[in-house]
Design a protein. Structure first.
Length: 122
């Protein structure tokens, strides 16, 4: 099965037009939604490296398809735009991964001791 590069580009453009959001905003949203969806499908936490890794691989594939499917006059500018897309896609998933791994108390309330729950700790 091969992916039609023109179809892929048109699908991305249509998504941008229908949503009314710029491509960078879509990268940010899809990075976070994708991470959460992959974590749910794998029945794991976002503290697990696998959901983040899947998003990294999907975004690298997306940027490779962009490079293969279109050529800008300025290749350096095209590569820089791809790097910007990669950063936009992975910034929040990376932050969520680090928070979930190193500071999980910021994401969930700290559980109270049994004495505190019964009101005896006063």
């Amino acid at each position: 099965m091969t992916l039609d590069l023109q179809f892929w580009a048109q699908l991305k453009e249509a998504t941008e037009l229908v949503s009314g959001w710029p491509a960078t905003a879509l990268h940010i949203l899809l990075g976070v939604i994708g991470q959460l969806l992959v974590a749910a499908l794998l029945r794991t936490s976002i503290a697990d490296l696998r959901p983040w890794g899947v998003i990294l691989l999907l975004e690298l594939a997306n940027e490779a398809l962009d490079l293969r499917g279109e050529r800008w006059l300025n290749l350096l500018q095209q590569i820089a735009e791809g790097a910007s897309d990669l950063l936009a896609t992975l910034l929040l998933p990376t932050l969520l991964l680090l928070l979930a791994r190193h500071w999980p108390g910021l994401l969930t309330p700290q559980s109270a001791s049994p004495a505190e729950q019964s009101g005896e700790a006063e």
